[in-house]
Design a protein around this ligand. Structure first.
Ligand SMILES: NC(=O)c1ccc[n+]([C@@H]2O[C@H](COP(=O)([O-])OP(=O)(O)OC[C@H]3O[C@@H](n4cnc5c(N)ncnc54)[C@H](OP(=O)(O)O)[C@@H]3O)[C@@H](O)[C@H]2O)c1
Length: 335
C-alpha cells in the first residue's frame, strides 16, 4: 500500500441556521507532514455521520464542544495503520478513532483504539459494535429494561433504534418501533424481530401506539422528541420510564420546541426520565464489547447499514439523516 502524503478533509465554513446545506462545508487538500517518533499514520476505511454532529455545528456551550469554523470536522472513523513510529501499532492494524471527515491522518497512540480485524464488515465498529450500538446498550441498562417490559422505540430503524430493539427482544421484552417508511417497518418486523412496528407518517403516533399497545407501555426509548414524546407520555403506564437519548425532530429548529403539552403525566403516573450521554459509559466499554460483540459473533444481533461511497458524498450522507435516507447506520466508505 502506498503511503499517503496528502489527505482530503471536510471543513465547516459557516454555522447553519435551520437545516444545513452543502454551502456550509468545503473540501480541502492538506499535506501530511513526515511521521515523527510517537506518531501513527492511518488511512481511513469508513467514517461515520451522526445526528449529534448537527448540535456541534452551533455556537455555544453544550455537553460537547462546538466544531471550530474553517477547521476539519471530527467524528467516528475506522482505518488501517499505514506507518507507525510507535511500538504498540504496526502497519496493517485496524483502529477506530475520532478522526473522521478526512481520508488520512497522523495521530498519537492514545487517540487510537485497536479492534479485531477479523470481523466483517469492519464498518460494524461504527454501528452495532461502535458508538451507536453502545448507546443502544447503555440506554437499556440506564432504563433497567427487563423481561416482560413493553418497550416503544422511536427512530427505530436507525442506528441506535434497531440495535436497542434487537437487544430488548433478547432481554425478553415486547418491542414496538416507529419509523418513516413501509420499507423500514418491514425491516423492523421481519429482520429485527420487533413485535410490532408502524410508519409515523401514516397516522398520529398516539393512535397507532394505542393499537399496538392497548394496555400501555413500560419504557419509551426516545430518539426523536417532539410530538412523538408527547404520544409516549400518554401511553406510558404508572411508574413507566423514559430513556431520553435524542430529539432529532428538533435539531434543525431555529427556535426550541415547546415542552410536551401533557408533561403533567410525569407526575400523575410517577414516571422516571433518565438522560443518556454515551460518553459517560466509556468505563463500561469492555463489558459492552464482550456482551454485544459476543451476540454479533454468534449471529444473534444484526448490523444493518446504509453505505455511501467517497468523501465527496459525506455531507450528503449527513444531511440525509434528517430526511430518513438511512436504514440502519449511515456510513461513508472512504477506501
Ligand atoms: N445520547 C447519546 O449519547 C446519543 C448517542 C447517539 C445517538 N443519539 C441520538 O439518538 C438518535 C438516533 O441517532 P442515530 O445515530 O441512531 O441516527 P439514525 O436513527 O440512524 O438516523 C436518524 C433518523 O432519524 C429519523 N428522523 C429524522 N428526522 C425525524 C423527525 N423529524 N421525526 C422522526 N424521525 C426523524 C430518520 O428516520 P425515519 O425515516 O424513521 O424518519 C433518520 O433515519 C438521535 O436523536 C441522536 O442524536 C444520542
Amino acid at each position: 500500500m502506498t503511503t499517503p502524503t496528502t489527505s482530503r478533509e471536510i471543513r465547516l465554513v459557516s454555522r447553519p441556521r435551520g437545516l444545513p446545506n452543502a454551502a456550509h462545508f468545503t473540501t480541502t487538500d492538506v499535506e501530511l507532514p513526515p511521521l515523527q517518533d510517537g506518531e501513527v499514520l492511518v488511512r481511513n476505511l469508513f467514517m461515520s455521520v451522526d445526528p449529534y454532529m448537527r448540535g456541534r455545528m452551533n455556537e455555544g456551550p453544550s455537553y460537547v464542544t462546538p466544531f471550530a469554523l474553517n477547521a476539519v470536522l471530527e467524528g467516528g472513523a475506522i482505518g488501517e495503520v499505514v506507518a507507525s513510529r510507535v511500538s504498540a501499532f504496526k502497519a496493517g492494524n485496524i483502529v477506530t478513532s475520532n478522526f473522521g471527515w478526512r481520508e488520512a491522518f497522523i495521530a498519537r497512540p492514545q487517540d487510537l483504539h485497536s479492534v479485531d480485524p477479523g470481523i466483517a464488515p469492519l464498518s460494524v465498529y461504527l454501528g452495532a459494535l461502535g458508538m451507536t450500538g453502545m448507546t443502544a446498550w447503555a440506554g437499556l441498562e440506564l432504563g433497567e429494561v427487563k423481561a416482560g417490559d413493553v418497550v416503544y422505540i422511536s427512530g427505530a430503524a436507525g442506528a441506535v433504534g434497531n440495535v436497542a430493539g434487537q437487544l430488548a427482544k433478547l432481554r425478553g421484552c415486547r418491542v414496538i418501533g416507529s419509523a418513516g417508511s413501509t420499507e423500514k417497518v418491514l425491516f423492523l418486523r421481519d429482520e429485527c424481530g420487533f413485535d410490532a412496528a408502524f410508519d409515523y407518517h401514516v397516522g398520529p403516533v398516539a393512535e397507532q401506539l394505542k393499537v399496538e399497545a392497548p394496555d400501555g407501555i413500560d419504557v419509551y426509548f426516545d430518539n426523536v422528541g417532539g410530538s412523538t414524546l408527547e404520544a409516549a407520555l400518554g401511553a406510558l403506564r404508572i411508574h413507566g420510564r423514559i430513556i431520553a437519548c435524542g430529539g432529532i425532530s428538533g435539531y434543525n429548529d431555529e427556535k426550541p420546541q415547546p415542552g410536551p403539552s401533557n408533561y403533567f403525566n410525569v407526575i400523575t403516573k410517577r414516571l422516571t426520565i433518565k438522560g443518556l450521554i454515551v460518553r459517560d459509559w466509556m468505563d463500561r466499554q469492555d463489558e459492552f464489547e464482550k456482551e454485544v460483540g459476543g451476540l454479533f459473533r454468534a449471529g444473534q444481533l444484526k448490523n444493518k447499514e446504509t453505505v455511501v461511497a467517497g468523501l465527496d458524498q459525506a455531507v450528503g450522507a449527513f444531511l440525509g439523516l434528517f430526511s430518513g435516507k438511512n436504514l440502519g447506520k449511515m456510513v461513508v466508505k472512504l477506501a
